[in-house]
Each structure stands twice: as structure tokens, then as C-alpha cells.
Ligand binder design. Structure first.
Ligand code: PEP
Length: 254
């Protein structure tokens, strides 16, 4: 049985002081039964991780901590980069890897992403591994081709055990931050396709692997998206910045 997972990607928003308030407000709006049903993850910027960790641990909150990126090396001459081990020491549980902004704004390649996915596991954390097609690729009917190649490259060399815990986020690039959500049917079909890809390479692990949809998810569209059999949660950008709104996304069945 796969537990729903809803993760907020704050991107380059929120100081460490903002983060304290955001985590506290979010926790006030959620109760134990919400956490029993959904794993709730927030992914603040690096500079806010320590403050968020402190609030979570001091107040015994059930919110989990994610990071938005990492380097693949343990340490070394990589000015400005943060290693998986540094994140793990801050009780970070999940790391987003391969977000479209990392791929398209920062030029990360499939090979970089695969190294990061493996490094996240080696540090004892779980990747939220993002894939998704560009608008032109969708228009050309190449969504499956694109997702297949990203999935194969990003997961290359993983073990079945690792894929059991893997979280894949299907995020069509044209839907991120645009207000243009994929229809639940289209999103559900691509997520089913991703699970089939995983089954081809990793057998039963595909049934355990969680698949999120991301791309302009909000309180008004989340329930229809979550109703799809192969969608196990959401990766939420803009709508995660306001704790009230994000809590409504988390409580999608209400
Ligand atoms: C994201 O950043 O992963 C995302 C899906 O953003 P938004 O919800 O704003 O489209």
C-alpha cells in the first residue's frame, strides 16, 4: 500500500525566519489523521533548512524536510554546492533531483541527475526524481518518448530495493508555474506509463514506487488529480508558499 506524499517546493522563496513561521502555520492547520493519511514534506531553500529542522524537532512535528537539489559529490572543490551528506545531517529525508528548472535553467544533464539520484541514496535519503516533457515535445506527440528516456537515464544502475522507495514526480514543463494543469486523465495516463516503465526494469518494485504529479496543483484541482490510480501525491510549487493553501492541498479529500 503506497502512502500519499505531498511535497511543497518553495523554490528560491522564504528566508530562514519566514520558514519558521511557514512550518509552524502549516502544522497548526493539519492534524494527526492528516499525517496518518499523507506524508507531508516541505522543501525550503538551503539557508532555511536548519531553522525548519529546529522547529520540526523542537515541536515534534510530523512534517518532513526535503531539499531542492544537491551536488553528487560528498565534498570537494565545488564552490557554492551542497553535498548529500550535509543535507542528511540536517534530518533532510527527501531531495528533489532533476527538477525542470535545474535541467533547463541550470543545464543539468541526465547523467548529472543519475549521479545525484545515486548520491542521495548513498547518503540515506530518498530522491524525488522529476521528469517531464517540454510543450513542443507534447505538441509533437513525444511525451512518452521523452519521459522514457529521462526515466531510464535517471534510474540507471539503481537496485530494486532503491526503486521500492523511489519517488518520481511527473511534471510536464509547460504546466509548471503557468496555471496550465494537465488534465487528470492525461496526468494519470503518463503516471501509469511511468509505472509500466519501472515494472519493465525493476519488477515488483514498481508497485511500491510512488509517483507524484506536479504542475500548477492547487486546492481546486488536486482532488481530481489524486483520484487517478497511479498518482500517489503531488509536488507543489506556488501553492505551497501559503500555509493555508498548502494545507488545503494536503487535505485534498475535504
Ligand atoms: C514545481 O515547482 O515543481 C511546481 C510544480 O510548481 P507549480 O506548482 O508552481 O507549478
Amino acid at each position: 500500500m503506497r502512502k500519499d506524499l505531498i511535497a511543497g517546493n518553495w523554490k528560491m522563496n522564504a528566508t530562514h525566519l519566514d520558514a519558521i513561521q511557514m512550518v509552524q502555520k502549516l502544522s497548526y492547520r493539519l492534524n494527526d489523521s492528516d499525517f496518518d493519511r499523507v506524508e507531508v514534506v516541505v522543501c525550503p531553500p538551503y539557508t532555511a533548512l536548519r531553522s525548519a529542522q529546529t522547529v520540526i524537532e523542537t515541536d515534534h512535528l510530523r512534517i518532513k524536510l526535503g531539499a531542492q537539489n544537491c551536488h553528487y559529490a560528498d565534498s570537494g572543490a565545488f564552490t557554492g554546492a551542497i553535498s548529500p551528506g550535509m543535507l542528511a545531517k540536517l534530518s533532510v529525508r527527501y531531495v528533489i533531483v532533476g527538477h525542470s528548472e535545474r535541467r533547463h535553467v541550470f543545464g543539468e544533464t541526465d547523467a548529472d541527475i543519475n549521479r545525484k539520484v545515486k548520491a542521495v541514496y548513498e547518503a540515506g535519503m530518498i530522491p524525488i526524481f522529476a521528469v517531464g516533457e517540454l510543450e513542443a515535445e507534447r505538441d509533437a506527440g513525444r511525451t512518452e518518448e521523452r519521459v522514457r528516456s529521462q526515466f531510464a537515464a535517471g534510474t540507471s544502475g539503481l537496485t530494486q530495493e532503491q526503486v521500492n522507495s523511489l519517488v518520481v514526480a511527473y511534471e510536464p514543463v509547460w504546466a509548471i508555474g503557468t496555471g496550465n494543469t494537465a488534465t487528470p486523465d492525461d496526468a494519470g495516463a503518463v503516471c501509469t506509463f511511468i509505472r509500466e516503465l519501472a515494472a519493465d526494469s525493476y519488477g515488483d518494485a514498481a508497485d511500491h514506487m510512488r509517483i507524484l504529479y506536479g504542475g500548477s496543483v492547487n486546492p481546486g484541482n488536486v482532488a481530481a488529480i489524486m483520484a487517478k490510480a497511479d498518482i500517489d501525491g503531488a509536488l507543489v510549487g506556488g501553492a505551497s508558499l501559503d500555509p493555508d493553501t498548502f494545507a488545503s492541498v494536503v487535505r485534498y479529500w475535504v
